[in-house]
Design a protein around this ligand. Structure first.
Ligand code: NAI
Length: 270
């Protein structure tokens, strides 16, 4: 390990179980010398295994529903107390579509479901940055990262309204990132990750076909959760200080492919 985050303090949203991308980020951040607070929705806390992760990484847990300004405010205030100062990095690793959960087709969305999923998956990122910005809770040259998926740019029919939520999330990163950069020298980026076998990932219909198709299309193959964590650590480190307002593809090259020989072979099989 390289001590890339030595002395840095953070908040990590979204570690549900050991498959979660946020779980791997927490483990890697700990290895790189960071101290952080773990947070998740109160309901996820009862169902998940976050206590195990907290023990392993020597961190405290503060429950927060990321759609609640009160919860986020409490989280940020308590985190600064626990960590003894301002925050250097924040990971937003949160996503949920009620339409997907309830099996509603995209062409037949229920709009209170749409609104709830949008609030959890996209607006929560604005709310988190709102609190961090207005409380001046971030150190200069801090780094904020949210996770996204390429369905924000291209059609993936079964990704449902999460595609729209991700487009909105990526836009928030740019819009808020401008003010955060200008006023506090904090960078804001999204990482657009390969399909990954996690609870949220496997909620997408046809996920198995989807993940093997992406694997065959990508020259380097799909990126794992651990590889995503490594990339995230690089964005939290001082080695990427001038990277901001970006949507960064971490997908083994998938996003720039038209077709691969592996996929062509499937169509030319006798
Ligand atoms: P996950 O299911 O392990 O993590 C999702 C997290 O969101 C859970 O910890 C859940 O408790 C949390 N969450 C849901 N509602 C919340 C709320 N109201 N307040 C606070 N937290 C809440 O799955 P994964 O895959 O690790 O997801 C993390 C992020 O990565 C999500 O933004 C997801 O869309 C994104 N992503 C996932 C991909 C995949 O194929 N798994 C691909 C590209 C992006």
């Amino acid at each position: 390990m390289y001590n890339l985050l030595k002395g840095k303090k953070g908040i990590i949203f979204g570690a549900l179980d050991e498959n979660s991308i946020a779980w791997k980020v927490a483990e890697r951040a700990h290895e790189e010398g960071a101290e952080f607070v773990l947070t998740n929705a109160p309901i996820a806390m009862r169902m998940g295994q976050i206590k195990e992760l907290a023990a392993k990484t020597n961190s405290e847990i503060i429950p927060a529903d990321a759609t609640s300004m009160d919860d986020i405010t409490n989280l940020v205030e308590k985190s600064m107390e626990i960590l003894g100062g301002k925050i250097d990095f924040v990971l937003h690793s949160i996503g949920m579509s009620v339409n997907v959960r309830k099996g509603r087709h995209y062409t037949d969305s229920k709009y209170d479901f749409t609104t709830k999923g949008w609030d959890v998956s996209a607006v929560s990122f604005h709310k988190v940055m709102n609190v961090l910005y207005n409380k001046q809770a971030m150190n200069e040259w801090g780094s904020i990262v949210a996770l996204t998926y390429m369905a924000a740019q291209r059609v993936f029919p079964d990704y449902n309204d999460m595609a729209d939520n991700k487009a909105y999330l990526e836009s928030i990163a740019r819009s808020f990132g401008y003010f955060f950069g200008r006023d506090h020298k904090v960078r804001v980026n999204t990482i657009s990750q390969s399909p990954t076998p996690t609870t949220a990932g496997q909620g997408v219909k046809g996920f198995d076909g989807f993940i093997s198709y992406a694997e065959k299309m990508s020259p380097l193959g799909n990126a794992s959760a651990l590889e995503c964590a490594d990339y995230t650590i690089s964005l939290f480190s001082d080695l990427t200080k001038k990277v901001t307002l970006q949507n960064l593809f971490h997908d083994g090259g998938f996003s720039n492919m038209g077709v691969s020989t592996a996929v062509m072979d499937k169509f030319t099989e006798e």
